[in-house]
Each structure stands twice: as structure tokens, then as C-alpha cells.
Design a protein around this ligand. Sequence first.
Ligand code: NDP
Length: 448
Amino acid sequence: MSTYVERVIEETKKKNPNEPEFLQTVEEVLTSIAPVVERHPEYEKAALLERLVEPERVIEFRVAWVDDEGNAKVNRGYRVQFNGAIGPYKGGLRFHPSVNLGILKFLGFEQVFKNSLTTLPIGGGKGGSDFDPHGKSDAEIMRFCQAFMTELQRHIGPSVDVPAGDIGVGGREIGYMFGQYRRIRDAYENGVLTGKGLVYGGSLIRPEATGFGVLYYAEQVLKHEGDDLKGKTVVLSGYGNVAWGAARKIAALGGKAVTISGHNGYVYDPDGIVTEEKLNYLLEMRASRNANVKMYADKFGCQFFEGKKPYEVKADVYIPCATQNEVGMAEAEMIVGAGAKYYFEGANMPATNEAVKYLQDNGVIVGPAKAANAGGVAVSALEMAQNAQHYAWTAEEVDEKLHGIMKSIHDNSAKCAEEYGLGYDLVKGANIAGFLKVADAMMAQGLF
Ligand code: NDP
């Protein structure tokens, strides 16, 4: 591997010893772009990689709010504006007790390449808070969102930084945050957030976009293999926004999602999550105050496996849609053991680097997160485009654009892998394709 890449990985480790998830993605991305770096000696002189791994800006702030009993609470808020070379910073907000700076830096770093891959003009960012929405009332969620936006609003704007949802942040939270932004700014700048409700500037297909996008990407991979989804069983993890969209499209394509999961276990539904009633119930569960995946098992008479992950269920396709690093070596061995050929990442960095390598070494085709789940941010960018035009496209128009974008992400990743002699390695191909555009823009813009 290039000594320049090795040096930057080592320096990044020394500088950020307490950020394991960030180091994991830096190592993964830099290692796979090494062949490109070797062809471009000018990168080292311009300290391109050193700049790439350092966020342009990190904002950390206090969020003070009051619960329903009148107790004052304090959480920590963040926004990581990682790289704005190709457009305004763009990336979701995560509300989850596990949120810390290292997690948001990993998500922001991934977002830079993912956004570049969409071919749309958006830079990379990520933000959130260690606030836990589980068990909170609607009024508490609203007060928290208002307090969070009271500080965040001074750092964002439709041409500056455009946050969206992620774990714990859906349409309801975006609505409360947009209301507070509008109140403070006294201007109707609805392009400042995406994932909005339809009546105030949201885009059709945005809620479904990440999950649909994973399946549109999967379709391209299966087509490449002379295969399709009809009659295939799919193990999904998570039961939130991404899992819901994925389950919906799997059913539409003639496949069958047989599991969903949460932090406390998984549900196995051998009949498949295919009916409207079941698909809609996922939305109901996620919106309920004490959301818990077991609710599905109780309602539809399925088995709930407490404290277990769904990878022990045999299936043709695996699509993690919950959180980072849920697929380690044990889970990768189960996927290979099941004889599965396909693994697509709905969640961000759901597998360790070691697990991804094991899957690939054992013939499983891996569709990496920054390619497979890019449909969400792609439709977010389409929402920005509609807001800028003060116009709205039909569901068919948005869906067709999403389809085209996912196909181009697949084709571009495959082409880059091929060009660098890597065969059909969609993991390295996606990293290279995403990197090339950002690198060109950074080199053109001089030191920043
Ligand atoms: P939601 O908040 O809608 O759902 C999150 C799901 O993940 C829930 O089922 C939750 O279960 C589960 N989960 C969260 N933390 C853990 C944990 N520590 N262990 C096990 N399960 C967990 O989030 P999204 O569906 O929006 O996001 C899911 C993943 O997809 C994330 O990795 C996110 O970054 C990624 N993503 C999301 C996009 C989007 O458009 N929303 C776009 C691209 C990627 P429980 O409630 O039981 O904790």
C-alpha cells in the first residue's frame, strides 16, 4: 500500500485515539483508495488526505430543556461540517444515547463519499444529540427539538448546511425543528431541512427513499448476476424508517422480508412482512411512545427472540437496517453458512471491516452503505431542488430519478473497480468513485 496512505492512517489514529468508529471508516476508505493515491503524487504535496480526514468544522453545544414534570434536563448537541467541497454540508441528525463526537465523525466522513456518489451537488456533514427519544412524550420531544434548533439555527441554512433525519429523527422531529427555525429566522427557508412533511415543502418518496434505494441498487447487482428478487427471502434488521422502506419494496418486487429487529431482540415472521397491514404496523410501532419490536410479534403471533440478532435466520439476502457494527465475525459466519450470495447495507457501517472482508472472501457480494443506502440523501437533494424552484414533482418523477441515481451509483462503482483491476468489488469501487470527485474539487479550490 502507498506509504502516504499508511502515514495518514497512523497519524489519524494518534490524533483521535478515542474515536474507534471514526478510525474504522478512515482505515477502510483510505486503504481502498490507495491505488488512486499512487497514481496521483500531487495529492501528497497538497496534503489532500490529511485535509480529507479533518472536519472543516465541529460544533458542540448545550441543549437545555424541561420534561413534563418540570425538571430541567441537559443534553449535548453536535454538528460536524465535514467537507463542503462539492456543495452545502448535508447529512442527518441522530438522536440516540450512544451519540458522541466519534460516532458523528464516522457518519460525517462516510457521508462525504456517499453524497459525492449520488452525483448531486452536496457536501458531507452529520449531527445529533445524546438525547433518547424512547419513552418521551410528544410535548417533551417538541421542547427538546426547539431547544436543539435554537442553537443549531445559527450554523445552518439552505446554501450552508442542510440537516435531515437519522436514528431517532423522523418527520415529527423535522417538523418541530423547522417550526423553531422559521420562528427565529422569520423567513420561509424550507430548503434548510429535508425530510419535511408534504404540506410544507417535503418531497414525495422521501420517507421511502432510503429503503427503496437499497432495493433499486440490489436489483442492479442481482441483474449483473443474472438473478432477481422473486421468491427470495430477506433478513432485515431494524424496524425503523429504512427497514420499513426496504420491506415495502422487497414485497413489491416479489421477495419476502422474514425478520425485523430492535435493541432488545428480533422477530421472525415466516409468512413475511408483505401485507399492507403488517407494513403499516411498522410505522405505527416506530411512532409509538414506547417503541419496541416485540409489539409486532404480539400483534401478529410471531416468535420474538429476546437479546438475539436476526442473522441466525437462514435467508437468500441480508440487509442490515439498524445501527453500526451489528455484523461482526460471528454474524458474517452465519450469513456465509446460510449460503447467501447477497448482503446490502441499509444502515451506516453495519459491519466491522473484518466481517466485510470475510463476506467478500467467501463469495458474498457486498453492497456497501455509502452506495446502497444513498437513496435517502439523494432524494433529500431532490427535495432541496424542489424547494429552490418553489415547485413539487410527482411521486413518479421522484421515484424515476431515484431509480436512475441508484443505477448510476452501481454502474459507476463497478466501473471504477474494473478500471483499477479490482473485478466486481463494489466496496472499493464505491470508495474510489466517491473519492475522485471530492479530490478533484478540493485540488481545484486550493488549500482549505
Ligand atoms: P430509525 O430511528 O427509524 O430506526 C432505528 C432502528 O434501529 C430501530 O429499529 C432501532 O430499534 C434500531 N436500533 C437503533 N440502535 C440500535 C442498537 N444499538 N442495537 C440494535 N438496534 C438498534 O432509524 P433509521 O431507520 O432512519 O436508520 C437506521 C440506519 O440507517 C442507521 O444506521 C442510519 O444511519 C441509516 N440511514 C438512515 C437514512 C435515513 O434516510 N433515515 C439514510 C441512510 C442511512 P430500537 O428502537 O429497539 O432501538
